[in-house]
Write a protein that binds this ligand. Structure first.
Ligand SMILES: [Zn+2]
Length: 256
């Protein structure tokens, strides 16, 4: 694979395009080789699922065990289409979403509270593994710019990827969207001198391309927006609130 100029790392199949798809489009328009790497993009386990995971599958309309792969396979295809629409490549790792992960036969995250709670101690070694995975991605070298989630919204998968990238050099952290619609979630960063904002000004064409790509995640659309025109309006308003830009954050302090 050819050298990657910019690697955008997503916890889930949609996070990068939702959060900073305008920047992805702008960089590919400049001729850069951009790839979106999604970490927790693997298929559900073939075993029984937790009651919580089953209830989610029912809500998503895939209650039958025979159709459980369809959920993730559909999202993988949506992601490839959305990344391609922005001129970027897509790589999917085969780690499962937190609702599918176990330790010693116990589900690690078996409720809504758990998936927005603390990272399970059994997953600590995963952070080091993720750092190795990121640097081993074919095409990544010392000149590759890394982008990753700030961790707004506190989803455990976002926290894990954030923790891993915090230990990598020169990472720009994107504001996890739509969680970042909640202004209060950004307050800690605005008040912390260790975190410096960086704005990437974007033309309306980049934001329109982003909104169009976002709508390609059809299975996710109605979870977040009533319809496509609401999506367009929210994305445009968010871009204007940021001064016609997407905002990133750089950590300049020392790790605890
Ligand atoms: Zn996510």
């Amino acid at each position: 694979m050819s050298q990657i100029d910019a690697l955008f790392i997503a916890p889930h199949l949609d996070d990068v395009v939702y959060s900073c798809g305008g920047t992805v489009q702008q960089l590919t328009q400049q001729g850069l080789n951009v790839v979106v790497l999604t970490i927790f993009a693997g298929l559900p386990p073939a075993t029984d699922l937790s009651e919580f995971a089953q209830s989610l599958h029912e809500r998503w309309g895939h209650a039958a065990p025979t159709s459980r792969n369809t959920i993730v396979e559909t999202r993988q295809l949506e992601d490839i289409a959305a990344c391609h629409a922005l001129g970027a490549g897509a790589i999917h790792m085969d780690y499962g979403d937190c609702i599918y992960r176990q330790d010693n036969g116990e589900w690690l995250y078996a409720s809504e509270d758990a998936i927005f709670g603390a990272v399970h101690p059994a997953e600590e070694p995963r952070i080091q593994q993720l750092i190795e995975d990121i640097y081993r991605t074919p095409g990544v070298d010392e000149n590759t710019r890394l982008f990753g989630p700030l961790g707004i919204g506190n989803h455990v998968d976002h926290q894990l990827v954030h923790q891993a990238l915090l230990q990598c050099d020169d990472v720009l952290f994107y504001e996890d969207y739509p969680y970042a619609e909640n202004n209060k979630a950004l307050y800690p960063y605005l008040r912390d001198a260790n975190w410096q904002p960086a704005y990437r000004t974007l033309a309306a064409t980049a934001i329109n391309a982003k909104a169009t790509a976002m709508a390609l995640y059809q299975s996710q659309l109605t979870t977040f927006w009533a319809n496509k025109s609401v999506l367009n309006k929210n994305v445009t308003t968010y871009w204007q609130r940021r001064g016609q830009a997407e905002r990133f954050w750089k950590f300049t302090g020392d790790l605890a």
